[in-house]
Design a protein around this ligand. Structure first.
Ligand SMILES: [Zn+2]
Length: 423
């Protein structure tokens, strides 16, 4: 376990232990309720400290060595496991997670570090990974302290217990191995025992794009995952309730979820724009780009926004006023018999942009591209990747609607991943 030791034992707010073989019994979890605690808690007049701090980027600072010192993190009005007041600090490890403590979820990097740290406490000190040994500050000082509000102790323990036997829950099949590769691109791993992953398969949501989102709206906390065909969320603690963005009837929750989804994808949600109104009525997956201007060699310009399953565009008037309420779908425009020459040229510009995003080149006759187009799998999310399973080398490309793969020795033998699920 790697810690940042640049602040280790520098705070005066600690009490030396008379032994160096101390074994902590339990853990109290906090949230800083502000930023800059590393320096703040160096001040003697603050009279508080902690053993570890997890910063917003996930760095774990070892702040007060629990084996040599008692940190002052939960002394006042606290009780747990039969200890009260200052005794708590003597027997418990105090962990601060940096955050405003206003309900804003902690970052994914912080969640990962927190899970790793709890696992370390279990391995290092034998602290059982149950709710009887891990407390929120608000659990031990109810009515007096409200932290942590940006994460849940139960959920952290659940992630930990779910991830400890990950390799055992994945069957040894080409499907599971390749699906796991696809989840790795989205920042996670494939877990066939998880409700989200089962839901995504059963409802043909396509490829995962982003996993491990923590999202709050209207006082309710959700965890969510973004797939090629939709975004799914689940309220904390109710893992079997899965809601789809496209089916949300509450416009306020929908708008909050979109705003959040766009931001985790590095984009900006603009609900006032015609494109946003269009996708609320006719969903075409999730966005790949913000609205951008594309200009044809002839000089005609369009506002264009790429989504996973289709592309929206509006012709920009060369002179006079652009009618922003005219929103066209690329697939619809291309299906017209008497296709406008400018729109046909626009298609090539859009496809080039779509493949440039993943550092590949658009070639309508390449086997994977041809297959994806014929089967309406939407935009590519990765360039060609190589992967070996049981001594066979494969090439795969992640598309929004599915993942395509072929043996490296025969790239024309393209298959979609979902078709081998039950083999
Ligand atoms: Zn606290």
């Amino acid at each position: 376990m790697e810690f940042n030791n640049s602040y280790l034992n520098r705070t005066p707010n600690k009490t030396p232990r008379n032994t160096n073989s101390f074994v902590p019994e339990f853990v109290v979890l906090h949230e800083t309720a502000g930023y800059g605690s590393l320096d703040w808690n160096l001040r003697p007049e603050v009279r508080s400290s902690y053993n570890y701090l997890i910063s917003r980027n996930g760095t774990i600072y070892h702040y007060v060595d629990e084996q040599s010192y008692v940190a002052w993190h939960a002394g006042v009005n606290s009780s747990a496991r039969g200890y009260t007041g200052g005794q708590l600090n003597t027997y418990a490890i105090g962990v601060e997670v940096e955050g405003p403590n206003d309900g804003t979820p902690i970052t994914t990097a912080q969640t990962k570090s927190l899970v790793a740290l709890l696992k370390y406490f279990n391995e290092q000190y034998g602290i059982p990974l149950t709710r009887d040994y891990f407390f929120g500050h608000s659990d031990v000082a109810p009515g007096y302290k409200s932290d942590p509000r940006g994460y849940s102790v139960e959920y952290t323990l659940k992630i930990l217990s779910d991830s400890s036997d990950a390799t055992n829950v994945r069957p040894d099949t080409l499907y599971a191995a390749l699906r796991n590769e696809v989840y790795k691109h989205a920042g996670g791993e494939y877990r066939p025992d998880w409700a989200f992953h089962q839901y995504a398969e059963q409802n043909d949501l396509g490829s995962p794009i982003k996993v491990g989102m923590d999202f709050s709206t209207n006082g309710v906390r959700y965890t969510g995952e973004v797939y090629g065909r939709d975004v799914i969320i689940s309220p904390y603690g109710q893992w079997n309730v899965v809601l789809r963005a496209n089916e949300l009837t509450d416009n306020a929750i929908y708008a909050d979820l979109m705003k959040f989804t766009f931001s985790v994808l590095g984009l900006t949600y603009r609900p006032e724009q015609a494109f946003a109104a269009f996708i609320r009525r006719s969903p075409i997956g999730v966005p790949l780009t913000d609205s951008q201007r594309m200009t044809l060699p002839t000089g005609r310009s369009f506002a264009v926004q790429l989504y996973t399953l289709d592309t929206l565009f509006t012709p920009i008037a060369a002179s006079g006023t652009t009618d922003w309420s005219v929103v066209r779908l690329l697939s619809t425009a291309m299906a017209l018999a008497n296709i406008d020459a400018a729109e046909a040229a626009l298609r090539d510009v859009i496809y080039s942009a779509m493949y440039e995003r993943i550092k590949d080149r658009y070639d309508a006759n390449a086997p994977f591209i041809k297959y994806a187009f014929t089967h309406k799998l939407g935009a590519p999310l990765s360039g060609p990747q190589s992967f070996t399973y049981k001594d066979t080398e494969y090439v795969y490309v992640i598309y929004a609607g599915d993942t395509l793969f072929a043996p490296k020795s025969d790239l024309n033998a393209v298959k979609r991943l979902s078709e081998i699920k039950d083999q």
